[in-house]
Design a protein around this ligand. Structure first.
Ligand code: ADP
Ligand code: GN1
Ligand code: MG
Length: 372
């Protein structure tokens, strides 16, 4: 994606139905995929109105129209649910601001695709979870999100990234990258490559259960990092789940698992000192409680039993994706330093090993929590 120019940002904002005049915009948050900006408009009464402006990464989301149809439909559906539950539809879900032509996104003459959301204020997100209370709330947020979408017509959703959590296919892509070795890095990461080959069996756990019809497809978020749920600055409670790009039919265990992968780690996703990286059982317990509370009984016994496997599989898959990107020359995930994707892959490897050891305890925690 090309660098953004101030005039492109200004032109983008002007195409959406916003009040006031565009003032300024600056980079915001720490996502790996889209360009996120906090934009400010000057209102007639002299105040400033904040907005979240994003340039969609169209290298990754090649059908931005389908993507935004998904997000508009899901957010409108959630608004109705939230109203029915007596909540605040302006705060508890993202709100898409449309263009003057009525579209949920704007394509500029330079072929950049833009979207604009209302800014949900007095909130924070977690790039690193520091305490069990926050992570419990994160679980409530993602659990409630899945519950509220339980009856959403899944077949109307575009599959924006086909096979997003198809771990078997991710493994094939990984082997393809190793074989092609376009930037000559494969020889330097033999140990890491061997790790993903050695744990290949993890790819098949869920597909095998799906074949027998034992695991239902649900409408899931698919990218449940703790920086994709907003928490309330005053109360600490979960407000809204954001980053809805990958809302698609998926497995409940994968949403659970990706949260654990990111949030239950005792270190950041890109920590270099691997001695700091492990899976905290205290944080695991907190998230499990929150997630099941948010879901209010919407999972089957088998789904609940398989939640810890979801943590292992999502961590394995994500680590393999980081290593694939490193070997391919860092084309997918945004990087801020040399070897960034390799560092990320290494933390995930460390976590898989640790989670594998802790699996029996995790299973016990999940079983106890679900029976309380
Ligand atoms: P990416 O897909 O690149 O991860 P996100 O949609 O997650 O981008 O946005 C990046 C960050 O911007 C989030 O982690 C969050 O901190 C912030 N953010 C996004 N949307 C909103 C919003 N509507 N209100 C407040 N903060 C937001
Ligand atoms: C990306 O967009 P962001 O930063 O929330 C990625 C996820 C990965 C994650 C790893 C569309 O998420 O799948 O798990 O990075 N999103 C996409 O941090 O590929
Ligand atoms: Mg994000």
């Amino acid at each position: 994606m090309q660098r953004l120019l101030p005039k492109q940002i200004k032109r983008a904002v002007k195409n959406f139905r916003v009040q006031g005049d565009f003032l300024a915009a600056s980079p915001y948050g720490s996502g790996h995929i889209n360009d996120t900006l906090l934009a400010k408009c000057h209102l007639p009464d002299g105040s400033e109105s904040p907005l979240i402006l994003q340039r969609i990464n169209t290298d990754i989301f090649t059908d931005p129209v389908g993507l935004m149809e998904n997000i508009a439909a899901v957010t409108e559906y959630l608004q109705a649910k939230i109203i029915a539950e007596g909540g605040d539809p302006n705060r508890e879900t993202l709100r898409v601001i449309r263009t003057f032509d009525g579209y949920p996104c704007y394509r500029d003459p330079d072929n950049n695709w833009w979207r604009l959301y209302t800014y949900i204020g007095d909130s924070y997100t977690l790039d690193k979870v520091e305490n069990p209370w926050d992570f419990y709330e994160s679980g409530v947020g993602f659990g409630s999100f899945q519950r509220r979408l339980a009856d959403f017509p899944a077949d109307t959703l575009h599959e924006v990234i086909p096979g997003f959590h198809d771990t078997v296919n991710r493994f094939h892509q990984f082997e393809k990258a190793v074989g092609a070795d376009p930037v000559g890095r494969a020889a330097t990461v033999r140990q890491e490559i061997n790790f993903f080959r050695q744990y290949k069996h993890l790819c098949h756990v869920f597909p095998d259960l799906q074949r027998t019809g034992d695991l239902p497809l649900r409408v899931t978020h698919n990218d449940t990092k703790s920086n994709n749920v907003l928490l309330d600055k005053k109360t600490g409670k979960a407000i809204a789940v954001i980053d809805l790009d990958t809302v698609m039919p998926g497995l409940a265990m994968n949403d659970f698992g990706d949260s654990i992968r990111f949030g239950a780690s005792t270190a950041r996703e890109d920590e270099i000192d691997l001695s700091k990286v492990s899976c905290s059982l205290e944080l695991f317990t907190a998230f499990t409680k929150g997630f099941l509370a948010g879901l209010q009984g919407h999972l089957t016994d088998l789904e609940i039993e398989m939640l810890p496997q979801g943590a292992l599989i999502m961590t394995y898959e994500c680590g393999m994706r980081f290593l694939t990107d490193y070997i391919s020359g860092d084309n997918y995930f945004q990087i801020q330093r040399a070897n960034h994707n390799l560092d990320r892959a290494r933390t995930q490897i460390k976590l898989v090993r640790d989670m594998e050891r802790k699996l029996p305890i995790m299973q016990q925690i999940v079983s106890q929590t679900s029976h309380n």
